[in-house]
Design a protein around this ligand. Structure first.
Ligand SMILES: Cc1cc2nc3c(=O)[nH]c(=O)nc-3n(C[C@H](O)[C@H](O)[C@H](O)COP(=O)(O)OP(=O)(O)OC[C@H]3O[C@@H](n4cnc5c(N)ncnc54)[C@H](O)[C@@H]3O)c2cc1C
Length: 330
């Protein structure tokens, strides 16, 4: 591991000042939340910062605050806290459930919400330092290689899948991200934050290297709204989704007023299904409608040579989760 300076800022302003100073000194910076992923990447030389800015030393970034119109979740809130938080469990179950199925208890203790959303892909070519798009090269080795776990939607030129469990839940909840950096502060909708490889194959989102994700803002939960997160794994635990679904339904009796349907594990970004949402809106949810929604969910999919199995998984997870969450007769 290359040596680096450890920075422990006392405030956000201090953190931004240190990032600015590093850039003036032509030094590279990495920003650490829990460090559960980043420090491993530093050891593996995938990230080689001159300065490591630890956000853990900043007080107040680990709070969950309920206000009249919104709930603010600090970027440093641990996944385990999120999973167990009474307010999040009661009003934003999709997020509590997503946080609760990340990796292992140790990872959920150390890992933060911001770190989970911003984690880099776990594609084996990238993590094993192949000169792919994510490592500064101009090839995606998965396209003609081992692509079992890669994208069936939105791929090209890179075919990674977005690894975060909480990201689809945040898109389904219409969350916003508060971002702070040397250029100031901005707020971006979760749905616009994630970017496809065709925009920039080296990146997964619009965050600049010197920006900090400080807060996730959830709109006040609507009445009669329920949500859930369903994750399919290739083994029992310790791993990312092969296919997952964040589903939020606003119901009136057995009729769906509004739906948010977002897939994980199948695309380089959380993959929202607007056509499925439109099909459900205003309809009585029945087993037949759920089956048609499942079939529509895979429209336009472009599986690679070794991941066609994701099609029936996607179709069925949409169908079954809709039936379960809505309470529709099977
Ligand atoms: C064995 C294993 C299994 C896993 N399984 C899953 C899984 O099932 N589902 C899943 O979703 N994830 C999984 N992960 C990933 C894990 O969730 C992440 O490692 C963790 O959430 C990262 O959080 P962190 O706070 O430790 O981030 P860090 O390691 O500190 O950072 C991760 C990335 O985010 C950036 N970053 C962190 N915080 C900020 C911030 N506030 N502003 C700007 N940039 C920031 C860092 O620069 C880095 O690029 C797994 C990891 C391991 C090792």
């Amino acid at each position: 591991m290359r040596s680096f300076t450890n920075a422990e800022p006392r405030s956000l302003e201090d953190a931004v000042a240190r990032i600015k100073l590093a850039s003036q000194n032509k030094q590279t910076v990495a920003i650490a939340g829990g460090g559960s992923d980043l420090l491993g990447m530093v050891k593996e030389h995938l990230v080689e910062p001159d300065v490591l800015v630890h956000l853990r030393s900043i007080k107040g970034l680990d709070q969950i605050v309920e206000e009249k119109e919104q709930v603010r979740i600090g970027g440093l809130v641990a996944l385990d806290t999120l999973q167990q938080h009474p307010l999040i469990k009661a009003k934003y179950a999709v997020l509590a459930e997503a946080a609760g199925v990340v990796g292992t208890p140790q990872i959920r203790n150390a890992g933060t919400l911001a770190g989970n959303v911003i984690q880099r892909p776990w594609c084996w070519y990238y993590r094993n330092a192949f000169p792919c798009y994510k490592n500064g090269g101009n090839t995606c080795f998965s396209f003609n290689g081992e692509n079992e776990f890669h994208a069936i939607f939105g791929g090209g030129p890179s075919f990674i899948v977005h690894p975060s469990d909480t990201a689809p839940a945040l898109v389904a909840l219409d969350a916003k991200f508060r971002i702070v950096g040397p250029a100031g502060e901005r707020t971006v909708a979760a749905a616009d934050f994630f970017t496809l490889p065709r925009v920039n194959p080296a990146k997964e989102n619009s965050l600049a290297n010197d920006e900090i994700l400080t807060e996730v803002i959830l709109p006040a939960a609507r009445p009669n709204t329920r949500g859930t997160y369903h994750k399919i794994l290739d083994r029992e635990s310790w791993t990312h989704a092969v296919v997952s679904l964040a589903l939020v339904l606003e119901m009136e009796g057995d009729t769906c007023k509004n739906a948010r349907v977002v897939l994980g594990g199948v695309a380089p970004i959380p993959w929202r299904l607007p056509k499925v949402e439109a099909m459900l809106a205003g309809q009585r949810v029945t087993a037949d409608l759920a089956a048609r929604a499942g079939a529509l969910a895979i429209e336009g999919a472009q599986p690679l040579a070794k991941n066609k199995y994701k099609l029936p998984l996607t179709k069925n997870v949409v169908k079954r989760t809709l039936v379960t969450l809505s309470g529709a007769a099977a």
